[in-house]
Ligand binder design. Structure first.
Ligand SMILES: Nc1ncnc2c1ncn2[C@@H]1O[C@H](COP(=O)(O)OP(=O)(O)O)[C@@H](O)[C@H]1O
Ligand SMILES: [Mg+2]
Length: 356
């Protein structure tokens, strides 16, 4: 078991600042997910934690030790990578036992430990097989077992599910969460997939261009994003962004964009160009004190819900996520409102959140 502390950590490759001065404290036993688009510095951060990359500056602490200059083998970490790298000529048993043999664990102690971790990740029936005969999910579990067997205090995982098909990925998410609950070790998990981050993390660390944008629990990051980047990164379909203008009003501020007019309480004193963000599930068909006409341009049934694309006169359409029972057809004229308590505003230049 171990906590992790990252202080002012940077990594520069030539002209690229892959990681740009990040600070992060991870308590012992937490499941933390580093998430962000490709190239934002996730793998570089994880590799510095593992000791596979040397930081350009900054420090890494594991437990009470500053490990910045420690070799990977001295850090008591378990790493699971995107590419599985099971040894093809060895059985599953020998693959899982491999790290113990490297450590010269006594042979009679190896078999019980292999059986124990194999049971944990449900590969006990596969021990005599060769990797080539395993399904993707089985191979992924074997790779996990091989990491688990050394009982690391910290697990580092870099997109471990990305080679699996969609259904299996969803199943493995649940399994990893169960595994974390059973082991209670610290998990640092890297993915570009916002759904993986939302479903598995105790806390999400959102990265962009080598910097941490926001750290928070999944629903905090989703509901209370600090900037437009974070707001747009989570949610399918993505948050609607509407460019418009804020005008001060006695009871708040009014946001105006074409026919769309929303009075936002709590934004007293805000004025000028701004971007309004509203998630599809917070766009409603209703006549309200403030509602606007829109024309349905596209309908996408998802089964449980329906996505409705609406033209309100702006440069792009708004997407609403409505109940599947809602009767709606292309060409319909409908009245729209937003759930005003869930609407967020961003600075049109910096993308920073305008506090309400
Ligand atoms: N060994 C390297 N040499 C040069 N540039 C690198 C190296 N590793 C990563 N980079 C660059 O650093 C940035 C961050 O990369 P990476 O950490 O792999 O991102 P992610 O895992 O989030 O996709 C990218 O611009 C990438 O091209
Ligand atoms: Mg990567």
């Amino acid at each position: 078991m171990a906590s992790i502390r990252i202080e002012r950590l940077s990594k520069v490759f030539g002209a690229t600042r892959a990681v740009d001065g990040i600070d992060l404290a991870i308590p012992d036993g937490e499941f933390v997910v580093l998430v962000g688009p490709s190239g934002c510095g996730k793998t570089t951060t994880l590799n510095m934690l593992a000791g596979l990359e040397t930081p350009t500056s900054g420090d890494i602490w594991i437990g009470d030790s500053c490990v910045t200059d420690w070799e990977p083998g001295e850090r008591n970490l378990g790493m699971v990578f995107q590419s599985l790298a099971l040894f093809p000529h060895m059985t599953v048993f020998d693959n899982i036992a491999f790290p113990l043999r490297i450590k010269r664990v006594a042979p009679e102690a190896i078999a019980p430990r292999v059986r124990a971790v194999s049971d944990t990740v449900h590969v006990g029936h596969l021990l005599d097989k060769r990797p080539a005969t395993l399904s993707g999910g089985e191979a992924q579990r074997v790779a996990l077992a091989r990491t688990l067997i050394v009982q690391p205090s910290v697990f580092l995982m870099d997109e471990p599910l990305s080679s699996l098909d969609a259904k299996l990925r969803v199943e493995m998410r649940t399994e990893l969460k169960r595994l974390h609950a059973a082991l209670r070790s610290t998990f640092v998990y890297v993915t570009h997939d916002q759904a993986e981050a939302m479903t598995m993390a105790d806390r999400i660390v959102v990265m962009h261009q080598g910097r941490i944008q926001q750290v928070g629990r999944p629903l905090e990051v989703y509901g209370d994003p600090v900037n437009r980047f974070v707001a747009g990164f989570f949610g399918v379909p993505a948050m609607n962004f509407v460019e418009g203008e804020l005008r001060p009003e006695p009871d708040g501020a009014r946001f105006v964009a074409q026919a769309l007019r929303v009075t936002l309480p709590g934004h007293e004193g805000s004025s000028g160009p701004a971007i309004l963000g509203v998630r599809p599930e917070h766009v409603r068909f209703a006549d309200g004190r403030e509602s606007w006409p829109a024309t349905v341009s596209l309908v996408e049934p998802l089964g449980d819900e329906t996505l409705v694309f609406l033209d309100y006169g702006g440069p792009s359409s708004l997407v609403a996520k409505v109940d599947a029972e809602e009767k709606v057809a292309v060409g319909d004229r409908r009245s729209l409102t937003f759930r005003l308590d869930r609407v967020v505003l961003f600075d049109d230049k910096t993308g920073g959140r305008i506090p309400g």
